[in-house]
Design a protein around this ligand. Structure first.
Ligand code: COA
Length: 157
């Protein structure tokens, strides 16, 4: 599957907002409220400007199919990043999320000094659990709670 990645830019503002308000994306997020355009714009511009955040848009057959975001974790050493991923509703359950995540990790870890990737997945979000497990993330039992699996991947050089 030939997924291409490009860094998100200002032209993706509307696309990323639409994906963020997809029903399953909100349901599986930790803050489930609808995201207003007024709050999205400054949030997105701040993310684009930040050295601590990288957003990739995945492209398949010239169509944007999803996004992956890496956020430097607050209060952590310089090499720990939290991952957020979503796939366009029309493109789910075809292996695209697994492959987009694999490529994004590959590109991101080559471009930055990264030691540790983490993802928090609500229990019941089976698709998400599968894509992280297929990309060799393991559950940290200590940080996992009743509601949330805490996945992590140690990045090899
Ligand atoms: C989670 C998400 C990124 C996964 O991407 P995707 O492209 O749909 O996932 P994939 O098709 O790569 O993989 C899904 C896996 O789950 C399996 N699967 C699909 N439906 C399933 C079901 N009902 N029960 C169990 N497994 C299921 C698929 O068979 C596949 O596994 P396989 O490769 O072993 O066959 C995507 O569904 C999404 O954007 N969801 C909404 C946002 C979200 O939850 N983001 C993650 C927050 S942590």
């Amino acid at each position: 599957m030939d997924i291409q990645l490009r860094p998100a830019d200002q032209d993706d503002m509307l696309l990323i907002w639409r994906w963020a308000n997809d029903l399953d994306v909100r349901k599986n997020a930790f803050s489930t409220d609808f995201i207003s355009w007024e709050s999205h714009v400054p949030w997105f511009l701040q993310k684009l400007a930040s050295q601590q955040c990288t957003i990739y848009v995945g492209i398949l057959d010239d169509i944007p199919i999803g996004q992956v975001r890496f956020d430097l974790m607050a209060n952590h050493l310089c090499c720990d990043y939290m991952i957020d991923i979503s796939i366009d509703l029309e493109c789910r359950e075809r292996g695209i999320g697994t492959e987009l995540l694999r490529k994004a990790i590959c590109v991101f870890t080559k471009s930055k000094h990264v030691r540790h990737l983490v993802a928090k997945v609500k229990k019941g979000n089976i698709l998400s659990m599968k894509i992280f497990e297929k990309n060799h993330f393991v559950i940290n039992e200590i940080k996992t709670t009743n509601d949330v699996f805490f996945y992590e991947l140690i990045v090899n050089d």
